[in-house]
Design a protein around this ligand. Structure first.
Ligand code: 4AD
Ligand code: MG
Length: 426
């Protein structure tokens, strides 16, 4: 049985398997709080109730020891969850040495001990939340006829600016860890029409910010015959679906994590849509000097979204500062048919997406213009020779979305083992 089922078994004898979360003694009684993947419960060991053979295990068990306990469930108003287990027998499975993590530790110590800190209540909740977010994404795409595909993570060429790639030796040839699976998804749409993947992307950016990881889980989506407008509507619908599911099914987890449910209930279409020019104007109004063709930094995004309650699109960026594959607006060729989606309350960019160039000659000349290797992209330009179609897609940083949904201070807590410029252990 799990801790979450204890409440419906008052008066019965149950067996729990878990770990010692807290322990104290008061006179001749021991109180042990057991935790498992579903929660915590207080247990008491008393002479006369607890079997004599178990008494040594009760005394010896240290914080984080693994234990198997049999006992009777009682209602107990003074216990943190309202229930208590009276221990009849307890088996010490694996005892623990003195635990290196105590209350009030520095973030650095907790990161050094990440392999142990992941057992904390907070990290357990976040990891369960993360698993549910992944599930809801997959549910959404399954319900909407998108196929999940699995692109390669080792590649010859990047989808984004080549400068931020991790290089590796591939049997004597230079290769890279992927920055984005987009180009491979574009291959798949000619067969499957609507596809997505949920795999890592790698960025060797030397950014020390609260929203950059060197390895992150990238949800990427690509769809044939989708315009940039369809693409934006899809992003809006996906995030509204996600928040709806979380609110409906994950209220206890939100409460445990101290997240105000109302924040997520508000996430419904339509999302505000601002052009790049309007975004610059907004920033200038707020006293931030921005020049035409300037990118938006972490601080700019924070300023722009601080007062927002819902995600906000910034679309129609100057083509010059965007990726080679983005399609120019035929009615306004200085601009790309693209958008970034900004999370509210200062969290900033969570999605980047665009319509893709689908004309062979247009793509060839963009690749040349940007000084990219034509040879490495030959297979990609090839796609435009054999039944090319208009199409669009986007990439969503799952950790950035989790950081926003849970209002975390730093992206590192949205992933179990954060890879950052100064961290690769454990
Ligand atoms: O804006 P990006 O670089 O766009 C692409 O890679 C496109 N090829 C996606 C596509 O159209 N298929 O990255 C997409 C998203 C960002 O909006 C952000 O949420 C996340 O990926 N991201 C990061 N997340 C964590 N750490 C980093 N270093 C990230 N870089 C990008
Ligand atoms: Mg981007």
């Amino acid at each position: 049985m799990h801790v979450s089922d204890v409440g419906s078994n008052v008066g019965k004898e149950v067996e729990l398997r878990g770990w010692v979360y807290r322990k104290r003694s008061s006179g001749s009684i021991f109180f042990i709080v057991l935790r498992d993947s579903t929660g915590i419960i207080q247990m008491s060991a008393k002479k006369g109730v607890t079997a004599d053979e178990s008494w040594k295990a009760v005394g010896d068990a240290n914080i984080e020891a693994s234990i198997i306990v049999n006992g009777t469930v009682k209602e107990e108003k003074r216990a943190p969850t309202g229930f208590e287990l009276e221990i009849k027998t307890m088996k010490l499975v694996g005892n623990a040495e003195p635990y290196p993590i105590t209350e009030y530790q520095s973030p650095e110590l907790l990161l050094d001990n990440r392999h142990l800190w992941l057992r904390s209540r907070k990290m357990t909740d976040i990891m369960r939340f993360r698993a549910m977010v992944f599930k809801y994404f997959r549910d959404y795409f399954f319900e909407n006829q998108f196929w999940e595909v699995t692109p390669p993570l080792i590649t010859k060429a990047g989808g984004e600016s080549g400068a931020d790639m991790f290089a590796l030796d591939y049997f004597g040839e230079k290769a890279y860890l992927t920055q984005s699976s987009q180009l491979y998804l574009e291959v798949e749409i000619s067969a499957l029409e609507k596809v997505y993947c949920l795999v890592p992307s790698y960025r060797a950016e030397k950014s020390r910010t609260i929203k950059h990881l060197a390895e992150y889980w990238h949800l990427e989506v690509e769809a044939a015959y989708y315009s940039n407008k369809d693409n934006m509507d899809l992003q809006e619908d996906l995030l509204s679906y996600l928040c709806g599911k979380i609110v409906k099914e994950q209220t206890p987890l939100l409460e445990s994590l101290g997240v105000d449910k109302k924040r997520l209930e508000a996430i419904k279409p339509p999302f505000k849509r601002l052009t790049y020019s309007q975004a610059l104007e907004e920033l200038n109004k707020k006293g931030v000097k921005k020049e035409w063709l300037d990118d938006l930094g972490v601080e700019d995004e924070r300023m722009l979204t601080a007062e927002e309650k819902k995600p906000m699109f910034i679309y129609k960026w100057p083509l010059k500062i965007k990726s080679f594959y983005m399609r120019a607006d035929p009615d306004d060729p200085e601009f790309a048919l693209n958008s970034d989606l900004q999370a509210p309350q200062g969290h900033g960019e969570i999605i980047g997406g665009s319509e893709r160039i689908w004309d062979y000659n247009e793509l060839k000349s963009r690749i040349k213009e940007m000084g990219l290797s034509e040879k490495n992209y030959e297979w990609y330009t090839d796609l435009r020779k054999y039944g090319s179609v208009p199409h669009s897609g986007f990439g969503l940083g799952t950790e950035r979305v989790i950081k926003w949904l849970l209002d975390l201070d730093h992206i590192r807590d949205a992933i179990p083992f954060p890879r950052m410029i100064n961290r690769i252990y454990p």
